[in-house]
Design a protein around this ligand. Structure first.
Ligand code: NAI
Ligand code: MG
Length: 790
């Protein structure tokens, strides 16, 4: 045992404990019991529950269970504070955020120790990752506070934001929520997760020390029902939530029709793709960070290993060896890799899922070493011999459990990677930059890491596609979700559309003088309605001016299918999309007189101005197609993050009843410009201007399936579209009841919705609608992290 090599072989770490004392002293200074932090002061503790240390099961402190009255008090304080906070200059707000950043940094070790005690994460992570990122977030957002008006002209803060966060990154999630909210000028009521309230309470003290005006930040602790009280509070203007997809969906349903802003950061089952030409040792180390960082309790954890078949055996053998050298133990030991899970209930959940995997035929590997008893410890676990439909492959396990599968070709890797209802993150390892950069755009996820993993920075947006939620945190996109256009508050309810009485109730009357019933337009072809019925279209005097097909569920399904087959529109070059829109404009202009006459027939109004406005709008978005693009971020790491603006996918549009042509074109144009295939339901009062568009679409090189048109009863068709899982986003013009219905019915696949809620949005207003208003809603940002520089 005297050879150096041998010493290295057997080198054991000695214990390197971090002292818990400063955090315990801080708890003691509060007598180990906490009220809420409301209006700059601590409330008397109410009914309390224990916040435990999951490494030993011991109670750390008693925390109050927030009641609906507590929430109400906090909202009232935040409402009052909003007035003066939002009136401060950007510079003033920036100084407060900067002061908070400085204080977090100054007390960083206390925060780190308290976080590790309460959550169970290794001190190495809380000290080197969580808390530095918290400080970085407040520093970064100090700048956004100052530059808000310059960078977001015409935008104002929502008002009072209700924020509900999970337990996996307690203080970091708080920072991700509070920093942009305050920078934008909002005030907040935040509820930490029930397992991990303590660093949020310490943060409240930091706010006091920073001299933050009272009521700007309010912290109310409690369980899910406290969260529910926040979501339900009528005087909250925006909800931001991070947590399980299940609760995210419940919040979507609960806020439907309320007009509250909403951003959701939910679960994931993120692929970790290793190609045969990867630097395998680096990929293994990356994998340790991807799935054993924070005990795997990470929404973007690389929990699905996809490995090219040719290197599978070698890689798995190396991985098992590496797993055997991971150290599980006391979170406060500085040489520990894996600490404790957050709570016994999570340990049970993870164990149950692993058992289920084994029962379904999976192979479960755990390294052969002992882990401490008496706490929430689990061994790092590898699951192999699974197929894509196995529970452990589809469900978020949220623990130190990796599931591995193999693939043969890059195409297969992409198919497997995207075979999930989630879309939060993905990791790609390959030494071939062409391959890596070919795969990145094909992955449906909000974050892609190339030859690295779990990189985060305040300047780089983070958030998901599909059921991983919507909205971004960090970067400019993240600021955007805490503001809205100033003019929205002046919107008045739209006048109810006048019902035009038909001259005769007999469906056989009148129709014979109409030579033709306009059909649907699906997959580039005209199609008869499945129902076999048609609907009359009446002019302003009640005279019959035409007939259109009466679309039903089946027609919508066909249209969605055609649109999905046309998703390649999003890969067309922006120049190409721009050219198609210009061509559409040109061809519409060419038939100006005919379209104007058609508008007059249906509405009694002179139609020329509306045709001209529609042509201008097509021109406007043709111009945007190749300009509304991304950014390159320069985070403090050896990487850049390319923020790519991508289409959302199939976009359903239910156009307003008024303005038969412009009402549809104003929405179609931004959707198409950004690469989304569309299913359009035109005005159900005056659909003929859109059914006349078929020939224009055909002569303008719009690929088949990119625009699909279904006529019929808007309210009926809207429901089918909102419920359809093949629709990724939906814009709905209609009354308040219909808007509520759309938002509620959209929860199934968490489609992103925009609804007019019966308000009078005047789409003819070029100032409001020729720019980013709908472009932003037609896109989502994917951040692709690429190694860069030295
Ligand atoms: P959760 O979604 O219930 O908890 C997150 C937060 O929401 C907590 O503050 C909780 O008190 C609050 N909450 C719960 N029900 C609510 C409601 N109806 N209305 C408003 N707020 C509510 O997550 P939980 O139960 O702690 O963990 C269960 C699973 O969820 C985990 O195993 C994991 O799979 C997933 N999860 C995912 C997270 C992510 O970041 N993606 C974070 C936490 C959990
Ligand atoms: Mg705890």
């Amino acid at each position: 045992m005297n050879k150096i090599a041998q010493i290295f072989e057997t080198l054991e770490y000695g214990p390197a404990p971090e002292s818990a004392q400063p955090a315990l002293d801080w708890l003691k200074a509060h007598d180990g019991i906490f009220g809420h932090f409301i209006n700059g002061a601590w409330t008397r503790p109410g009914k309390t529950f224990s916040s435990d240390n999951p490494a030993n099961g011991q109670s750390l402190a008693q925390v109050s269970e927030g009641t609906a009255e507590d929430v109400d008090k906090a909202v009232k304080a935040a409402r009052i504070a909003f007035k003066s906070w939002s009136a401060l200059s950007g510079y003033e707000r920036a100084k407060y955020l900067y002061a908070i950043a400085r204080l977090v940094q100054k007390h960083s070790r206390l925060f780190a120790v308290l976080e590790s005690l309460d959550n169970g994460k290794p001190i190495r992570e809380s000290r080197d990752i969580d808390i530095p990122l918290v400080a970085r977030h407040f520093y970064h957002h100090a700048g956004w506070g100052q530059h808000r008006d310059r960078e977001f002209p015409g935008q104002v803060p929502y008002g009072v934001c209700g924020q509900i966060i999970p337990w996996n990154f307690p203080l970091l999630m708080l920072a991700w929520k509070i920093a942009p909210a305050l920078a934008a000028g909002n005030t907040v009521v935040l509820k930490p997760a029930e397992f991990t309230s303590l660093t949020a309470l310490l943060f409240a003290e930091i706010c006091e020390k920073a001299g933050l005006p009272k009521g700007v930040v309010n912290i109310v602790t409690g369980f899910g029902d406290t969260g529910q009280a926040i979501v339900a509070h009528p005087d909250i203007d925006k909800i931001a939530f991070t947590g399980s997809t299940e609760v995210g969906k419940a919040i979507r349903a609960a806020t439907a029709g309320t007009g509250k802003g909403l951003s959701l950061e939910l679960g994931g089952k993120s692929p970790y793709i290793v190609f045969e030409d990867a630097d395998i040792d680096s990929a293994i180390e990356g994998l340790v960070d991807a799935i054993w960082f924070n005990q795997g309790q990470v929404c973007c954890a690389g929990s699905r290993l996809l490995i090219q078949e040719s290197i599978e055996d070698r890689f798995i053998a190396k991985l098992k060896k590496r797993m055997a050298s991971l150290r599980v133990g006391d979170p406060l030991d500085k040489a520990i890799d894996i600490g404790a899970l957050v709570a016994p209930v999570q340990v049970e959940r993870v164990r149950d899922l692993v058992k289920k995997g084994a029962a379904e035929g999976a192979q479960v590997y755990e390294p052969d070493f002992d882990i401490p008893g008496g706490g929430c410890f689990l061994k790092p676990t590898l699951i192999t011999n699974v197929s894509p439909s196995h529970t452990v492959v589809t469900e978020e396990i949220f623990g130190p459990v990796l599931v591995a599968m193999s693939f043969r070709t890059p195409e297969e890797a992409v198919a497997l990677a995207n075979n999930t209802r989630y879309g939060l993150a993905a990791t790609i390892w390959s030494e071939n930059i062409n391959l890596a950069l070919d795969i990145a755009p094909k992955i449906k996820a909000g974050v892609v890491w190339i030859n690295g993993t779990n990189n985060f920075d305040a300047a780089v947006g983070f958030g998901g596609y599909k059921e991983s939620g919507f909205g971004r945190e960090g970067g400019k996109e993240g600021m955007g979700v805490y503001m809205k256009p100033a003019w929205e508050k002046d919107l008045k309810p739209a006048a109810a559309a006048k019902a035009v009485p038909a001259k005769s109730a007999n469906p056989l009357d009148g129709g014979d003088s109409i030579d033709q019933t306009a059909k649907m337009y699906i997959g580039g072809k005209q199609a008869r309605p499945d129902s076999g019925y048609s609907r009359p279209v009446h002019g302003p005097g009640g005279n019959l001016v035409g007939e259109v097909g009466d679309g039903n569920r089946k027609d919508i399904r066909n249209a969605v299918e055609a649109a999905r087959a046309a998703l390649g529109w999003g890969n067309a070059s922006a120049h190409n999309r721009s050219q198609v829109l210009y061509f559409l404009a040109e061809n519409l202009q060419y038939r100006r007189a005919e379209f104007a006459a058609r508008i007059r027939e249906q509405t009694g109004e002179k139609g020329e101005a509306e045709v001209d406005a529609a042509v201008e709008r097509l021109f406007a978005f043709a111009g945007w197609a190749d300009k509304y693009d991304g950014a390159v971020h320069n985070p403090p790491l050896r990487a850049i993050a390319a923020a790519m603006v991508e289409p959302i996918g199939v976009l359903a549009i239910v156009a307003p009843a008024a303005r038969p042509l412009l009402g549809s074109v104003a929405l179609l144009a931004p959707a198409l410009a950004m690469g989304n295939p569309v299913v359009l339901v035109p005005s159900d009062k005056a659909p003929l201007s859109v059914t006349d568009l078929y020939q224009v679409l055909e002569t303008s090189d719009v690929p088949s399936g990119v625009v699909n048109i279904v006529t019929g009863d808007s309210a009926v068709l809207a429901r089918t579209l909102a419920e359809h899982d093949g629709v990724d986003a939906m814009w709905y013009f209609g009354d308040a009841a219909g808007s509520t219905m759309v938002e509620k019915a959209s929860t199934g696949n968490l489609k992103q919705t925009w609804t007019s809620r019966g308000l009078n949005y005047d789409l003819a207003d070029t100032g409001k609608f020729e720019g980013d208003y709908f472009l932003r809603r037609a896109t989502q940002v994917k951040n692709v992290w690429v190694p860069y520089g030295a």
